[in-house]
Ligand binder design. Structure first.
Ligand code: FDA
Length: 392
């Protein structure tokens, strides 16, 4: 393609969606990516089955310094629209948790669908191509790339966030934003497991593989989802969700028996079954290994009859409000997303164009819009890609 109307940087979820949408609008679209394969994160996501949307998507599932920015695109391109695309290609999918749609077989099928659509829309995708510079040229843009110079009408930056550098992540989108005078909000890894300090680390490692539903709280937010103990610390959906709110030095509070009146249960059990040991009772409500470990950590497994009210209150607090101060997170190496990014206040929520440089646009995760766990981040990639593709 000699003179594309649009060059899209990044052949990920947002870039491909934007490309096929613009292609169907009759635009000549060239997608460039420095990686050797398109859509690597799509392939890796959802344990290889890609949680590609969430039927309950609403702006409340996203975090940003400018929370209203995402509303328009999410309203115009909804989960049902993406489901329609998936069904048109006879791709089978399953609803795992409420509203969370995953490929029934493999994320490869979803990527194939997007690449097929790009092909039908006449999009050219060039991989292993690095972009050295982007400069305004008249009303368009001039790019210097590892494959030579490209003049184009518009450039869309869809280079994603910083998580998992081995999958092609780079800070290039932020560099371009700064070069054009845009602010980049503070970025940090999110939807990421916690690491622990020595005492808790050993305890978690001893229980690696144990999982249970918890309610976890931090900074006024609460998530009720499964927690997984690992050799490195705390993981599972509950921990990934709360990591988006956690700041270094914060404690997290874990309710190991959410929605269950453990205090009342302990008092009633002391009356009804006084000879029973606490470990036996806890094993009925928690994974056995976790129940036994809790008893061992506190060296306290006498029969219920020997327990004072204060002792039972102590246990109720320990189980309902376990406070842990994580050492940190696993960082960019395993984070699913980047919190923060290109400040959206100078970007149109309709077209995603930069206010004083309309031939430059930003979409997807590179922007300061971050979704919760559960298919929301892909829905943002699709919705922002379509909004931009229709107007570029
Ligand atoms: P994305 O990162 O997908 O694409 C960016 C593209 O730009 C890449 O192809 C990259 O190679 C390219 N690029 C970067 N720098 C470049 C440069 N300098 N020059 C050229 N190209 C460049 N979300 C969800 O909703 N459901 C899920 O199940 C999961 N699961 C999940 C698992 C794991 C392990 C991760 C890491 C992430 C998820 N996510 C997720 C998040 C989701 O993958 C993410 O939000 C989207 O892929 C973002 O789409 P983008 O297109 O914005 O960036």
């Amino acid at each position: 393609m000699k003179h594309p109307d649009v060059v899209i940087l990044g052949a990920g979820a947002a870039g491909l969606m934007c490309a096929l949408t613009a292609g169907y609008q009759g635009r000549r679209v060239l997608v460039l990516d420095h990686a050797n394969k398109a859509g690597k994160k799509i392939l890796m996501s959802g344990g290889g089955r890609c949680n590609f949307t969430n039927l309950a998507t609403s702006p409340a599932n996203f975090f940003s310094e400018n929370p209203r920015f995402c509303i328009s695109a999410l309203k115009r391109y909804r989960p049902e629209h993406f489901v329609e695309l998936v069904e048109r290609h006879s791709l089978e999918y399953v609803e795992k948790a409420a509203g969370q749609l995953f490929c029934a077989h493999s994320a490869k099928e979803l990527l194939r669908t997007l690449l097929t659509e790009c092909d039908w829309a006449g999009v050219e995708i060039r991989l292993k191509t690095a972009v050295e510079s982007i400069e305004p040229q008249g009303e368009g843009m001039r790019l210097q790339t590892s494959a030579g110079r490209i003049d184009t009408g518009a450039v869309v930056i869809a280079t994603g966030g910083l998580s998992i550098p081995t999958l092609g992540a780079s800070g290039f989108g932020y560099e371009i934003a700064r070069r054009f005078g845009l602010r980049v909000t503070e970025t940090r890894p999110a939807l990421v497991p916690f690491t622990l300090t020595s005492g808790w680390k050993t305890r978690a490692a001893d229980l690696a593989g144990v999982s249970c539903e918890v309610a976890v709280r931090c900074r006024g937010r609460e998530y009720r989802e499964p927690m997984l103990l690992t050799h490195r610390g705390l993981s599972g959906p509950a921990m990934l969700q709360i990591s988006s709110h956690w700041q270094p030095g914060d404690e997290i509070e874990i309710d190991l028996l959410p929605g269950f009146d453990i205090r009342g249960c302990l008092i009633e059990a002391r009356r009804a079954t006084p000879k029973r040991r606490l470990s036996t009772l806890l094993s009925e409500h928690l994974p056995k290994r976790l129940a036994q470990a809790l008893i061992e950590w506190h060296g306290d497994d006498g029969p219920l009859a020997e327990r004072s009210n204060a002792n039972l209150e102590g246990w109720a607090g320990r189980l309902g409000r376990l406070r842990i101060k994580p050492a940190g997170t696993e960082g960019w190496r395993t984070a699913e997303v980047t919190l923060g990014g290109v400040d959206t206040r100078r970007i149109s929520s309709q077209s995603f164009a930069v206010d004083n440089v309309p031939q430059l646009r930003f979409i997807g995760e590179v922007l300061d819009v971050t979704g919760e766990l559960g298919g929301y981040n892909f829905q943002w990639a699709w919705a922002s890609g379509v909004a931009c593709g229709l107007t570029v």
